[in-house]
Structures are given as C-alpha cells and as structure tokens.
Design a protein around this ligand. Sequence first.
Ligand SMILES: *[C@@H]1O[C@H](CO)[C@@H](O)[C@H](O)[C@H]1NC(C)=O
Ligand SMILES: *[C@@H]1O[C@H](CO)[C@@H](O)[C@H](O)[C@H]1NC(C)=O
Ligand SMILES: *[C@@H]1O[C@H](CO)[C@@H](O)[C@H](O)[C@H]1NC(C)=O
Length: 358
Amino acid sequence: MANCQLNLFLSIYFFVVLADFQIHVAISKPQVPCYFIFGDSLFDSGNNNQLVSTVKSDYPPYGTDFPQGVTGRFTNGRTIADIIGELLGFKEYIPSYATVTDQHISQGVNYASGGSGIREETGSHMGGRISLDKQLLNHHSIVSRLFHLQQNTTFTREHLSKCIYIVNIGSNDYINNYLKPKIYTTSHMYTTNQYAKILVRQYSRQLKGLYDLGGRKIAVFGLGLIGCSPAEISIFGTEGRPCVKSINDAVRLFNNKLKPVVDELNAYNSDAKFTFINVTSISTQQGGKVLTNVPSCILRADGQCAQTTLTSPVRTISMYYDGYHPTEVSNIHTAKLSYNSTSRMDASPYDISHLVRL
Ligand SMILES: *[C@@H]1O[C@H](CO)[C@@H](O)[C@H](O)[C@H]1NC(C)=O
Ligand SMILES: *[C@@H]1O[C@H](CO)[C@@H](O)[C@H](O)[C@H]1NC(C)=O
Ligand SMILES: *[C@@H]1O[C@H](CO)[C@@H](O)[C@H](O)[C@H]1NC(C)=O
C-alpha cells in the first residue's frame, strides 16, 4: 500500500515536472530570430567534411566531448559560435551551409570553413576551402532564397536586420599564407605593416558586403595570439620567450587596424551596429584559472590531431586541443566574455548581449 502511494506520488511529481518543462520550452524563444556565422576552422561545424582538403576534423579525437561526437568541429566539444548560440537562447546548433535545408535557413546558417581566409589564395596548399568571399556568395544565395520563400520583401528585410552575425577570420592569412614564404608570395611583397593594411582593407569591403546583404548587428572577432599556439612555437621557436614574438607583433598590427575600421563602419552606416571582440584581452583574463598551452592530442606534422580514439585529460586544463585550435574550456571562456564582457577592452563598443538589445 505504502509502495503504491509512493508510486502515485512519484508519477504526479513527474507529471508536474514534465508539464513545467513543457511550458518552459513553449515560452522560451531565442533572443533574436536568427544567427549567421562566418569564419575559419574556429567556427566551422562541418562545411569542410565534403571538401578534398587536409583541413578536416571528421575523425576522432575531434568531437570527444560533443553530444553528437565527430561532426567536423575542430575541437573536443563546442565552438565559440555554438556557445554564443546557446547564450542567445537557440535550442539547436545553427546548421552548416553544407547541410542546411530551406526549412531552417530563416534561423541562420553557419558558412565557416577550415583553412579559409580573407584572401582568396589563403590555405590553397591544403586543398579545398571556402574563402570569406565565397562565404558571402553563399550567404547571397541564402538571402535570395529567403526573399523567395517568405514572399514579403519588407518582412525579410526586417528579419535579416534583427539577426546576430559573427565573423572570425584572418588567422589563416597569417598561418597559411604570410608565414609560409616558400609557398606564398605575400611576405616577399609586403612588410607586416603593409600586409595588415591590405588585409584589413579587403576585410572592410567584405564586412560592408555583409551589411549590403541586410546584416545590421555584426560582431567582428579580432585575431588571438597565434604566436602562442603550440604548432607555431614548434615551427619558429621562441628564443626563450613564452611565445613567438614576431608573429604576435604582426597579428597585433592587424588587430590595431581592424578596430578603427569597425568604428568607421559604424560611423558610415548609422542604421547598423558593428562591434569588435578583443580575443587577446579576453584570453588574458582567466579569473585565476590559468590554462597551459600544451596540446591535448598527439599532433600530426601539420598541427592537427593524429587520428585516435584515445583521449587525454589535458583538454580540461589546456587552452589548446591540437596545435592551433582551442579546447572547449577555452571556447566557453571566450564565448561568455564576448557575450557579457567584464572589461570595456573585451568588446567595443558593445558586447553581444548588448548588440541583441539595440
Ligand atoms: C509584410 O511584412 C510587413 C512587416 O512584417 C507587414 O507589416 C505586412 O503586413 C506584410 N505584408 C503582407 C502582404 O503580408
Ligand atoms: C586588446 O586588448 C589588449 C589587452 O588588454 C590590448 O593591449 C590591445 O590594445 C587591445 N586591442 C585592440 C585592437 O583594442
Ligand atoms: C552579465 O554578468 C553579470 C555578472 O558577471 C550578471 O549580473 C549579468 O546579469 C550578466 N548579463 C547578461 C546580459 O547576461
């Protein structure tokens, strides 16, 4: 008898919890109707899986901590773009351009591709990749599709203006272009300062292109400290310093020119809000939790993980999963502070939670 009452109690309790959960699900909507993602392997969620390229992560140990396992993400778990999506209230990850169907395009698309850059030739020695210009062409075709499906130009324009757009690109224009002088000519043609200038000029036009396709809330990620990545350290050496100083100096020139371009885009397009995310500032404030920069897997010669089903506990205490890409713990930190910054240096003029409300 007592047992029976307990059962009844449990099933009522369970029912209430379930009902509560359903109400919660029914009323919780993302803070913005849509979210579009552009970039390189830091944001890629599977666009390279079908390409002929050495820049692929469709094998273990990538995805070890991701609910769906191996997906083509270049880390053990979620990317920065995934975590920002969760913070925005999206219940599902934004589908990759390679797999998205008409049914889902109004909520956003992930165009990011490993190995790609601002410049068209960047990464070409590794095979197929979708450059930022090609990503914008893909976005153009998605936007046209959306106008066609929604059959109301005013509505579609308004819809696109409410979306959050994030862009993270430029690392490969250094790693897989300027810093490979035997394969690419850029370092023979330009000083680091000239190179930063032409890269940022091209990037500025591309960001304006995103605006022309209806984007009005755009977060632009600066480059991280590429000279501190295990792969670049092993190629160039550090002369006793913790990182490759010349690389970090070159990247700083890029970031220092990019931020004023973001301010300029805001000044010239008063109906849009662009913001600059300072990944360096974010990575240097880890709130007492200092991560090492030892890779969490056995590296191939090109700095990616060698295939294995074994996983290492290092991934919970290191900034790097392979020779170049951050671990999920590192991504959580970056995503949280770009969404809700603690210092004015992290995101300016707005963090992403602020961008949502503008
Ligand atoms: C088109 O969308 C606008 C904005 O949402 C709305 O006000 C208008 O009623 C729509 N027009 C039609 C014909 O549905
Ligand atoms: C990014 O943050 C770092 C560290 O706070 C700072 O030194 C640097 O000037 C910032 N970069 C830009 C472009 O604002
Ligand atoms: C940002 O973080 C602070 C605490 O660090 C919190 O009080 C605030 O609610 C957060 N804001 C948003 C928009 O999440």
